[in-house]
Design a protein around this ligand. Sequence first.
Ligand code: NG6
Ligand code: CA
Length: 508
Amino acid sequence: MKSRVNVLIIFLSILLSGCKNENQIPNIIIIYTDDLGYGDVGVYGAKEISTPNMDFLAKNGVQFTQGYASSATCTPSRYALLTGTYPWKEKKARILPGTAPLIIDTTQMTLPKMLKQQGYETAVIGKWHLGLGTGKVDWNNHITPGPNEVGFDYSYIMAATQDRVPTVYIENGYVDGLDTSDPIEISYQKNFEGQPTGKNNPELLSMMWHHGHNSSIVNGIPRIGFMKGGDSAKWSDIDMADHFLNKVKLYVKSKKEKPFFLYYGMQQPHVPRTPHPRFIGATSLGPRGDVIAEADWCIGELIKTLKEENIIENTLIIFSSDNGPVLNDGYYDDAVEKNGNHTPAGVLRGGKYSLFEAGTRVPFITYWKGKIMPKKSNSLVSQLDLFSSLAKLTGSDLRADDSIDLMDTFMGKSDEGRSELILEATTRTAFRSGNWVMIPPYRGPAVLKAVNIEIANSQKYQLYNLSNDISQKVNLAESEPEKLQEMNSRFTEIRGEGYNQIKKLELK
Ligand code: NG6
Ligand code: CA
């Protein structure tokens, strides 16, 4: 009898623990690459670069073919990801210098704050680029407000980009490894006396600048902005991937009690592209291809760690990119010369900075072992939607204004997608409705010369039907006046009058 009771108790407890797991909120990891294009990943068609780990996530998760970043540049996309708000609603959400103040209000609701309310521990490791402090930052003291004040319990970041000063890591508001007797000074206006620059001292460079990027030199690489001091804290570019990955591993390994949310902002394949020597030659494409291979390896290491820690089945991984691809973004690094047949944007038109599809349509994958059934999804989803979707997943009632709960779609259980989306590129906006995209007229060059990318400026309205013209080759604005009119009025309704500088143009 006694043994029967025991068996029953064991059975019941197994059942209960099973139920508990069922309802348990998962760890959430957002892996966010920097400038990775729609065509840079194997499952999205890349042939010259092999990305086995990104492909693994896609093949065993949901691979979105119509997943969008909220902007064609970094800061606005990251702002939208963390707030669930369209970046064109926040004027400060533009490419920021390393000295810019924090652009997220500390009273504003954010993704990590919402998840904290749901019992998560939260961390950001990697690229930040959302500003720090409130004005003039003293890099030698506590740098605040920053990620820790907008919802992250732990932060280990680079302030802006790999090509901008300060070229140091910042841990919870303090520069890592700083020797206070060699204080850091930063300026985006003028050089510090006696300091070499890319412009004046080409003999000191290991990487040549093409446009911009000719101020202070760190590790032989000329940067945007001027920096003096802080030598002991300066990062090693070739070790950056390993460095962030080690922080990620440590973080994941140290978390057991509470579920965690980790925002892993990888620096690749943004310039300067500095693969660790063991990845040099990993592809035939030079540094740009090699750092993508390196990023892919890092993702593999992260997956391995989750397996070793026995938490792979309780971790939702979301993989994406902050904007589309660019080859020459300011340095001579063979990205153009060695590109060969590779198409970083796949079949899409444009690239980083562009209002055409390649600016914002990016690799977008959700993976959760045992919970997400593999699927390729054509549903229209945006990174904006992660806020409300993850709120739904974790039982929060909060929703962000511009963010739609598409959790079932992210889980592969539904085909529901957005019916419309505002696209953004360098403060210009366009409108997607169903399979149609309308790009209003904008002044300025059609091609951004320095980077050789079509950014979609035109004196005329542009209208494309993506269902049979994914590469946006045929402008239907003239032949489909009703559609254009319909889209333009809806766009103006959402966006408000006066959104662009060319208001008076006729609709033809
Ligand atoms: C541009 C930089 C580019 C890159 C970009 C930001 C020049 C000439 N170009 O201003 O190299 O840093 O800003 O990229 O300085 S992003 O992915 O962070 O948005
Ligand atoms: Ca970027």
